[in-house]
Design a protein around this ligand. Structure first.
Ligand code: GLP
Length: 243
């Protein structure tokens, strides 16, 4: 595992944006696995600036997002569809038809998950998967206890994730309780993985995930077994690691 230590959030965002930019430059028709949450916001704004300067071209890039809440429409400001349109897709020249996000309004959720997994395969797999890290070690919405061999599936969110994500909603009751997420296996099949983590609040889970035992209790711990993982974390997030 490659660990890149950043000074702060902006430095982490810039360093991670360098890795994604390099991927797009060397393989203009690459498949990017994208994430939501507060961690990638700075990185996305670096990518947008580079696109605006003419340094990056997303016209051939394809994307697959990690996850989506169940029950939120595209117009709902908390849906990950809306997040991606607002914070990245709407501001770069990626083609809408080349972007993929699980359908949170699907009537047959199991079928939608199966089809999403097939979409990833039909694109030839993911070249670079970007990940944030949940407070309890979840990746995508793969909560503690999720079997490592699962592909895209529907999940019930844990109380801790609902609490953590409630900061984006007016009321706790508005936070969806279910989501569709790429599975750990879907994530592990990506050729390259970049994890971004910042802040003191994640220091303990960073230590457990990247230096502790590999266990389904800490879903991100499986990343230690991936042949090409880069962790880009700020000094605070790495403060409990002996590096
Ligand atoms: C959510 C998302 C994850 C994300 C995590 C961390 O639960 N489903 O993909 O990595 O939150 O979010 P943040 O970056 O806001 O800490």
């Amino acid at each position: 595992m490659n660990i890149i230590k950043a000074n702060d959030y902006n430095d982490m965002s810039r360093k991670a944006a360098n890795i994604i930019s390099a991927q797009v430059i060397v393989k203009p028709d690459c498949v990017l696995g994208l994430a939501t949450g507060s961690s990638p916001l700075g990185l996305y704004s670096h990518l947008i600036k580079r696109y605006q300067k003419g340094d990056l071209d997303f016209s051939q890039v394809k994307s697959v997002n990690l996850d989506e809440y169940m029950g939120l429409t595209h117009e709902n400001a908390q849906s990950y569809y809306y997040f991606m349109m607002e914070n990245l897709f709407g501001q770069i020249n990626i083609l809408q038809e080349n972007t993929n996000i699980p359908n949170g309004m699907a009537e047959d959720v199991e079928k939608a998950c199966r089809e999403y997994e097939q979409t990833i395969q039909s694109l030839g797999g993911i070249d670079l998967q970007l990940l944030g890290l949940g407070n309890n070690g979840h990746i995508g919405f793969n909560e503690p206890g999720t079997p490592f061999e699962q592909v895209t599936h529907c999940v019930s969110l844990t109380e801790s994730t609902i609490q953590a994500n409630s900061r984006f909603f007016d009321r706790l009751e508005d936070v969806p309780t279910k989501a569709c997420t790429m599975g750990i296996k879907s994530i592990m099949m990506a050729k390259k993985i970049v994890v971004i983590v910042n802040g003191k609040g994640k220091a303990d889970i960073v230590r457990k995930a990247f230096f502790g035992p590999v266990t389904t209790d800490v879903p991100a711990s499986i990343l230690q077994m991936h042949p090409d993982v880069t962790l880009v974390a700020d000094a605070e997030a790495l403060s409990l690691c002996d590096i």
